[in-house]
Ligand binder design. Structure first.
Ligand code: ATP
Length: 240
């Protein structure tokens, strides 16, 4: 059986500068995969290429058995491929509930499906339920990040991609955020592809991980293997 997400020989560039140089990576159905690597190694570019924001120069991205080459980025969430936007691009002048419904566009025509999903999402994030009619722009950093994730969940993803969701959050909030991701993965069977600088914490959650260097995979293994790998320990000394 093929993987849920399968990236092979991916090359991506900005102008003439290569950011991905033959990347191979896969995420199985329901698997939690972490993407590590130094600044500029191509982690964000990988996410952008998979979500369709950046067109690759060559190589292949397959999702749920289909080649994504001809699929526009805006159509990908309906396939079950959702990225939590970087910088938590929620709509500040809309309420929490309105933000959730703006994330529900693949099921929007089916009102009862959207409402069912909203109930499920608010059940996972009770704090958002308490703040249903609050303007999103007035949420705390941690709450805003939860809303960004909750909004992505409204689209009914099979794979949730997150690019450094812990950025700018206090340590307690980071622990809470990772707790939610773990729960979504373990209890709801969601596959996750997470870019994260906090390598130690992320590898504890992950089934598998990749370390990128200069646009390709330098090290690959299970979460435990990567935690024990001397190259990973050297790169993330003090963070494991
Ligand atoms: P970081 O951990 O710093 O976020 P990253 O691993 O996510 O890094 P990318 O953002 O994917 O790395 O960048 C990969 C390479 O592509 C880097 O050399 C970067 O300078 C370059 N790059 C990224 N975005 C652009 C852009 N819009 N224009 C030109 N070059 C870019």
């Amino acid at each position: 059986m093929s993987a849920l997400l399968e990236i092979s020989g991916l090359v991506a560039a900005y102008g003439g500068v290569r950011a991905l140089d033959g990347l191979d990576l896969r995420v199985e159905e329901g698997e939690f995969v972490v993407l590590l690597g130094p600044n500029g190694s191509g982690k964000t570019t990988t996410m952008k290429t998979v979500s369709g924001l950046l067109k690759p120069v060559s190589g292949r991205v397959r999702f749920a058995g289909s080649d994504l080459a001809g699929v526009a980025g805006w159509k990908r969430p309906a396939l079950g491929l959702c990225q939590v936007p970087e910088g938590r691009q929620i709509f500040p002048d809309h309420t929490v509930i309105e933000n959730l419904h703006l994330g529900a566009f693949p099921v929007r025509r089916d009102r009862s499906a959207a409402e069912r999903r909203r109930a499920e999402v608010l059940d996972i994030f009770p704090r958002l339920a308490e703040r249903a009619s609050q303007l999103a722009g007035t949420l705390s950093g941690g709450e805003a990040q939860m809303l960004a994730i909750a909004r992505a969940l409204m689209a009914g993803p099979r794979l949730l991609m997150l690019d450094e969701p812990s950025l700018g959050l206090a340590p307690l909030k980071v622990a809470e955020l990772f707790g939610y991701l773990k729960r979504l993965h373990e209890e709801h069977g969601l596959a996750v592809l997470l870019v994260e600088q906090q390598a130690g914490t992320a590898l504890k959650l992950a089934d598998r991980g990749y370390v990128l260097e200069r646009g390709r995979v330098a090290v690959e293994g299970t979460g435990a293997e990567l935690r024990d790998d001397p190259r990973v320990q050297a790169a993330y000394l003090g963070k494991l």
